[in-house]
Ligand binder design. Structure first.
Ligand SMILES: [Zn+2]
Ligand SMILES: [Zn+2]
Length: 303
């Protein structure tokens, strides 16, 4: 008698056929900087996007100048056995993240900045040498999603944390990353996604990936499914009239939240973090329609 595969076996086959994970490229910040420079032209938030472009460029330079140790094999295999992220965003923060901050600030000091960002950079450089532990506390509060005590410093601290996590994620062997369930959080670091991107090309063509706001890894999630509560019954798409067709908001009436979704087939250069920042008008529209953002943009903080 012919043996038919069980449901679990079929799902297993599907998992193997799809590239479930896209670990970050070491060019991610350079590409983001270029995208932000492009988006800054003609945007009502142009000045802010231009500053974020300089920050992303500084992140790129810092990534090239900095190496953080990966967890040892025992810790990696323990995490894998328990289905835990190998580079967890929770728990104690290793002091070497401050090397990433030092490198980001050094790269920024060579760039043209406005008076306010220049003062923030100088203040952070001073704290870095005088009371580095205070920066650890600020960084951990940001990672925990708490309201930042220092709103002006938050994007710079978060940028350094992104470099610290992305640098390690880019060198991680894919086999050590477990298939984390639920798929609402990043399988590499456990953070929330900032948005999702429907990719084009090769094996990922037409597949939707959630993009991690911290380590820039991407993981697969089927389309037309709420990336916050995984409901599939009341997902809807919203689009700003006259805006790029590459940008939509995916809303869910089960949890009343939304995340943006970007379509590479409409615009090859979309970047989850940059395009999210450049489309805040869509956030206003979604707020007026009664939906809340499922997670924040790591470079945008409010008091
Ligand atoms: Zn991550
Ligand atoms: Zn939902």
């Amino acid at each position: 008698m012919q043996r038919i595969l069980s449901r679990g076996e079929i799902e297993g086959l599907e998992r193997n056929a799809l590239p479930r994970l896209r670990l970050p490229s070491r060019e991610v910040f350079a590409e983001r900087a270029a995208r932000l420079r492009h988006l800054a032209g003609g945007n009502s938030l142009g000045e802010y996007l231009a500053l974020m472009a300089r920050l992303a460029q500084a992140q790129h330079e810092a990534l090239g100048a900095f190496t953080a140790p990966l967890p040892d094999e025992n810790r990696l295999s323990l995490a894998h056995t328990h289905g835990m992220p190998p580079l967890p965003c929770e728990g104690p923060l290793e002091g070497c993240w401050r090397e990433a901050l030092r490198a980001v600030l050094a790269a920024l000091s060579g760039q043209e900045l406005g008076d306010a960002p220049r003062a923030t950079v100088a203040r952070l450089e001073q704290t870095l040498s005088a009371e580095p532990q205070r920066l650890d506390a600020l960084a951990q509060a940001l990672l925990a999603g708490e309201e930042p005590g220092d709103v002006a410093a938050a994007p710079f601290l978060m940028a350094a944390l992104q470099v610290y996590w992305t640098e390690r994620a880019s060198r991680l062997p894919e086999a050590v990353v477990p298939a984390v369930v639920p798929s609402r959080v990043c399988p590499v670091c456990g953070s929330l996604p900032v948005a999702s991107v429907v990719r084009v090309g090769a094996a990922s063509d037409g597949l939707r990936y959630l993009h991690c706001g911290l380590c820039a890894s991407e993981w697969h999630m089927v389309r037309v499914k709420c990336s916050h509560c995984e409901d599939t019954r009341s997902v809807a798409y919203h689009h700003l009239e006259g805006a790029s067709e590459a940008i939509k908001a995916e809303s869910c009436d089960a949890c009343h939240s939304y995340r943006k979704i970007f379509y590479q087939e409409k615009d090859l250069e979309v970047d989850a973090v940059a395009d999210d920042l450049a489309s805040l008008t869509l956030d206003v529209l979604m707020g007026e329609a009664g939906y809340g953002r499922a997670s924040a943009n790591p470079l945008l903080w409010f008091a």
